[in-house]
Design a protein around this ligand. Structure first.
Ligand SMILES: C[S@@+](CC[C@H](N)C(=O)[O-])C[C@H]1O[C@@H](n2cnc3c(N)ncnc32)[C@H](O)[C@@H]1O
Length: 302
C-alpha cells in the first residue's frame, strides 16, 4: 500500500501525473471511500467539487536568486502557452507538456511549486521587511520559504518556524537550504500550542528591539549565567540568528498558524489517492481519532 509521500518528501516534489502536470482524469465520485463520503455529507461539502478536470497548478519565483524566468521563458520551459501571472512572482499554468520537476527553472531552484491558497495565506500577512514572523506548524516549509522571500535581506525581518514533527522539520531545513532562502530563519521542534520563545533580539550584530539596546552584541557566546534565560536550542538556525539570547521582550509582528487540516479542501491532494489507493487515504486522514483532535489543535494553536 503506498504511503503518503507528504510525510517524507519536499512538498514541491509530491509525485504528479507522469505524462502531464495539469490534467486530472475525471473519476466517479462513487469511488470515494464511504468514510470520506460520510465526512463530506456531515460537513455539507458537495462531492462534485472533486470531479474537476484541468486543475491549474501554480508556481512562485524564488526571489532570493538572480536571473529569474520571465513569463515567456516559463511558457517555453513548461511547453505550454497557458501560463499566466496571478500576482507579482506567482504564476498559474495548465496543459504543460513538461513535468514541473523536469523544467530548468525548477531544477535550478528558481521556482517553487505552491498551492495558490497557500500563497494567498502568506500574501494576507502583508509582510514588511522588518517584520518578526512566527510560522506555527511550518513544515515542510512552502509558506515559510515564501515568507523568507518576502522579507528579503535588506531589513531585519526574521521568520521563526515551529513544528512538532522532527522528520518534517528536517525536510523543511533541507528546503530552506536547497532554495537558499535561509539567512533570517530559525526552526524549533516544539509544540505550537505552548511555544513561548520570543522573536530574536538581534540579527547578527543588528539590534532589532530598542529595549535590548544596552545589551552587548551577541556573537558566539550564549548567556549561560543569566538565570532568567533558559535558551532552547533551535532545531536549526541561520548564522545570523544562531546565538540569539531569546530575551527579547517584544512579541511577533505576524503569526501564521497552519495546523493540521482534514484535506477536504485540497482537491489535487485528494485526487492523487485515486492512484495511490484510498486505503492509504482512509488510514492517514479519516481516522476518527485524528479527525476529532484536529479542531482541538487548531483552536489551541490560535
Ligand atoms: C498543514 S501542515 C503545515 C504545512 C506548512 N505550513 C507548509 O506551508 O508547508 C501541518 C503541520 O502541523 C504540524 N503540527 C501538528 N501539530 C502540531 C503542534 N501541536 N505544534 C506544532 N506543529 C504541529 C505537523 O507536524 C505538520 O507539519
Amino acid at each position: 500500500m503506498p504511503s503518503d509521500p507528504e510525510e517524507t518528501q519536499d512538498y514541491n516534489e509530491l509525485p504528479i501525473d507522469s505524462t502531464t502536470t495539469t490534467t486530472i482524469v475525471p473519476f466517479n465520485i462513487d469511488n470515494l471511500p464511504p468514510s470520506f463520503q460520510n465526512f463530506l455529507k456531515d460537513n455539507a461539502i458537495d462531492p462534485q467539487i472533486y470531479t474537476v478536470v484541468d486543475l491549474p497548478r501554480y508556481i512562485r519565483l524564488n526571489t532570493h536568486l538572480k536571473n529569474l524566468p520571465t513569463l515567456e521563458e516559463l511558457k517555453n520551459q513548461l511547453d505550454t502557452e497557458q501560463v499566466w501571472q496571478v500576482k507579482e512572482g506567482i504564476f498559474g499554468f495548465l496543459h504543460a507538456k513538461q513535468r514541473l520537476v523536469d523544467v530548468e527553472a525548477y531544477k535550478s531552484h528558481k521556482i517553487f511549486g505552491i498551492d495558490l491558497s497557500s500563497a494567498m495565506a502568506v500574501d494576507a500577512l502583508e509582510l514588511q521587511i522588518n517584520d518578526q514572523v512566527l510560522d506555527l506548524c511550518c513544515a515542510p516549509g512552502a509558506k515559510l520559504c515564501m515568507i523568507a522571500n518576502l522579507l528579503g535581506n535588506d531589513g531585519y525581518g526574521t521568520v521563526t518556524g515551529v513544528d512538532i514533527a522532527s522528520h518534517r522539520l528536517a525536510t523543511c531545513r533541507s528546503m530552506v537550504k536547497k532554495y537558499n532562502v535561509g539567512n533570517r530563519i530559525r526552526l524549533f521542534e516544539a509544540d505550537g500550542t505552548t511555544f513561548q520563545i520570543p522573536p530574536p533580539a538581534r540579527v547578527g550584530g543588528r539590534v532589532i528591539f530598542a529595549d535590548d539596546h544596552d545589551e552587548p552584541p551577541v556573537t558566539k557566546k550564549r548567556r549561560k549565567n543569566d538565570s532568567d534565560c533558559i535558551i532552547k536550542k533551535p532545531f536549526w538556525a541561520s548564522k545570523l540568528l544562531r546565538f540569539d539570547t531569546q530575551v527579547a521582550s517584544c512579541l511577533y509582528d505576524k503569526v501564521l498558524v497552519d495546523a493540521e487540516c482534514t484535506h477536504d479542501g485540497s482537491i489535487s491532494h485528494i485526487l492523487k489517492y485515486e492512484k495511490w489507493g484510498w486505503d492509504a487515504f482512509e488510514k492517514n486522514f479519516m481516522n476518527p481519532d485524528r479527525l476529532s483532535t484536529i479542531c482541538e489543535l487548531q483552536v489551541k494553536d490560535i
